[in-house]
Design a protein around this ligand. Structure first.
Ligand code: C2E
Ligand code: CA
Ligand code: CA
Length: 348
């Protein structure tokens, strides 16, 4: 394979620049190198990862090939099951799209392109609306409605999520104020909070500032965190969350049961609301065993004085099952999709 260059860049990151057409030749090379490394003294502990670019992509400019290999490596990391990633057209499109969104995000925020949608939460049985979750959408002038899955991961990478979340919190407080002025029923609204906020030393001050600005009680805004994000630095997370809760904030644990959920976490973190992930109610998983697990999660949460919200409820069968096991509140397409504020006000 002398028409390829393979080099270790840093740590366990390798690039391969090649003009070989056959993937299998390159994969063979990857396997050979991996095997060689595992024979070294610390080799068995290493898992070398390869970003691969081809000469045809850029007429053999080594600098450019290196950059593309770097993109491929970064792109594959966490996504790819293999230890190698070939740079390809799909990666190129993704990168171009990301760059475009990134160059537009600041203006989009200033010009009000980010819109808060609300998904109502219902008492199972009575169908009374007792809360809502704020979910952001980007109403892009050319692309139309862009959903969070397209931009939240990007904004977590470039930390713009900190600004966007604060924007959402503020819009929600404005809305709650508006409802108060109009004499409408007050319901708490849950907002999502990126894990990056847990690193910010003035999180509590920021939240208090926004709430005071619109004179909203702390119970008006529920803070939603996903369980996965708490893992990064659990002690720190516990300290910050306990501080928020002492101040009177309501903490929701989002997506419970979706990832590495740990009952341990419930012991350590002062959670008010447990949001059970929609995966739990997936018809395919709702086997007799699955049902028993959900049932005991619900009764455990109750005994721990947590409220429970079942997320992603899509069918009548799921609703009646939830009723049967004593789950009080549900949110999901079966009741309502997330809707615009205007629609929410009209409907409720
Ligand atoms: P999430 O917090 O778990 O929000 C629930 C997601 O499930 C929403 O997707 C909602 O539209 C969807 N959903 C609700 N009911 C059903 C159902 O019955 N079936 C199915 N299949 N899906 C249902 P959405 O709006 O696309 O948001 C995706 C994720 O993006 C959210 O997941 C949340 O993690 C994140 N996100 C949304 N808005 C914000 C925000 O303002 N800040 C931050 N940091 N993250 C946000
Ligand atoms: Ca959420
Ligand atoms: Ca969720």
């Amino acid at each position: 394979l002398f028409r390829s260059i393979c080099a270790r860049i840093y740590a366990d990151v390798f690039y391969i620049l090649t003009d070989y057409q056959e993937d299998s030749d390159i994969i063979q090379l990857v396997n050979d190198i991996t095997k060689k490394i595992s024979g070294l003294e610390y080799g068995p502990m290493l898992r070398p990862c390869f970003g691969i670019s081809r000469g045809e992509e850029c007429e053999n400019s080594i600098t450019l090939l290196c950059e593309l290999a770097a993109f491929a490596h970064k792109y594959g990391k966490g996504k790819s099951l293999t230890t190698w990633t070939f740079y390809n057209a799909a990666i190129r499109e993704d990168i171009i799209e990301e760059k475009q969104l990134e160059s537009e995000m600041e203006f989009a925020l200033r010009s009000g392109q980010f819109k808060v949608f609300l998904q109502p939460q219902y008492v199972i049985g009575t169908r009374e609306v007792v809360g809502a979750e704020a979910l952001v959408r980007w109403e892009h002038p050319e692309k139309g409605m862009v959903y969070p899955s397209k931009f939240i991961p990007l904004f977590e990478k470039n930390e713009f999520i900190l600004k966007l979340d604060e924007y959402v919190w503020e819009r929600v407080c404005m809305l709650l104020k508006r409802w108060e002025r109009l004499g409408m029923k007050q319901i708490p609204i849950a907002v999502n909070m990126s894990r990056l906020h847990l690193r910010s030393p003035d999180l509590k001050e920021k939240l208090n500032y926004i709430l005071e600005k619109y004179q909203i009680p702390k119970s008006g805004l529920e803070l939603e965190l996903t369980e996965n994000l708490l893992f990064e630095d659990l002690d720190n997370a516990i300290r910050i969350l306990a501080g928020l809760r002492d101040e009177g904030f309501t903490l929701n644990m989002d997506d419970f049961g979706s990832g590495y959920s740990s009952l341990n976490m419930l012991r350590n973190i002062p959670i008010d609301v447990l949001k059970i992930d929609r995966n739990f109610f997936d018809e395919k998983i709702l086997t007799p065993r699955g049902k028993i697990i959900v049932k005991y999660v619900v009764s455990m949460a109750k005994e721990l004085n947590m409220r429970i919200v079942a997320e992603g409820v899509e069918t009548a069968a799921q609703e009646s099952f939830l009723k049967e096991i004593g789950c009080d509140v549900a949110q999901g397409y079966y009741f309502s999709r997330p809707i615009s504020i205007e629609e929410f006000e009209k409907k409720f």
